[in-house]
Design a protein around this ligand. Sequence first.
Ligand SMILES: O=C(O)CCC(=O)C1=CC=C[C@@H](O)[C@@H]1C(=O)O
Ligand SMILES: [Mg+2]
Length: 364
Amino acid sequence: MSGDCDYARDLELEYRPFSLSLSSPLETADGTIESRDGFLVRILDATPGDGDPVVGYGEATPLPGWTESRADCEAALERASDAIRTDPDAALEAVEGQVAARHAITLALADLQATRESTPMYRYIGKGPMVGRVPVNATVGDGSPTETASEAAAAVGRGFDCCKLKVGRRDLETDIERVRRTREAVGPDVELRVDANEAWTYDEATTALEAFSDLKVSVLEQPLPAGALEGHADLRRRAGDDGVAIALDEGLLEHGVDAICDAEAADVLVLKPMALGGVDVARKVAAWVGMLEVTPIVTTTIDAVVARTGAVHLAASIPDVPACGVATAELLAEDLGRDPVLLEKGSAVVPQAKGLGVEGVWQE
Ligand SMILES: O=C(O)CCC(=O)C1=CC=C[C@@H](O)[C@@H]1C(=O)O
Ligand SMILES: [Mg+2]
């Protein structure tokens, strides 16, 4: 992202740690997420003769299994804070391979530059038209069939018309029962998606696929382990053109776009900017897979307000993006500052202020 900008400037990078609890732990087949521990980053541009300093915000929120460790992330940010004094490209080199740290730095640089250009971030990264809203899904963790159905119904009551249910933590019959009870509770018009986080064998996944097809599930995300490219391709063929769409999430990180498209292993790819190394990387992947007729969906890694808002801007830069998993603020008990993204009738209202539109997160 730095290549787009004139950065022969006087830049300073600072970072500080944060820890935010979830309002209740998010139970997935892959483990339980109880809190989000990361780093808030700011880059100040105080080039002499340029008026008031301009600031850009970034966030590095590592997630075990998805990104580098917290310690590696911190070490990378420290290297970047030294390197940026010489040149922003040197700062990017300093975080190479550390996806959460790279996410933070590229986001802060993009926020800075979009702010300088008085452009909302999504128009700065996508160069596209004005977008008012992006559709979003509610995220429903593991729970009993009754809990799952009532949580999904409550989300629909708050305006969501798409719910993604976490599965794969219980036995398959119970998961199918959870989806069946949820379908009964929310009615036929609400979109239901299911995310198994790699939990199933091929036989379990085919049984699930049949049941979910009857229950009008739209998307089955990562049913098999990430390595199982051929298995996912077989599931896609079984589901057929009008059946349940197969989405890869962990599989994208393991294989990359080309291998997935060559194997015809996915209808949908889940883009997590934090795990991919930045909004800029995710935006390139979205443009690329869109041309290959694979649908991109943006989700967060249950991030704080800075990264989450970046994900909303990314979604807004993707034409006709389907519902995205960026409505994850409600999973947090606390945040770094005011949320500039309002949720209204199943959509996120995209901030139209310059840059990210995030303010008040760096209290002195
Ligand atoms: O996509 C969503 O609705 C929210 C994000 C989400 O589900 C996830 C975030 C972080 C880790 C994972 O457990 C999970 C996912 O696999 O998509
Ligand atoms: Mg997933």
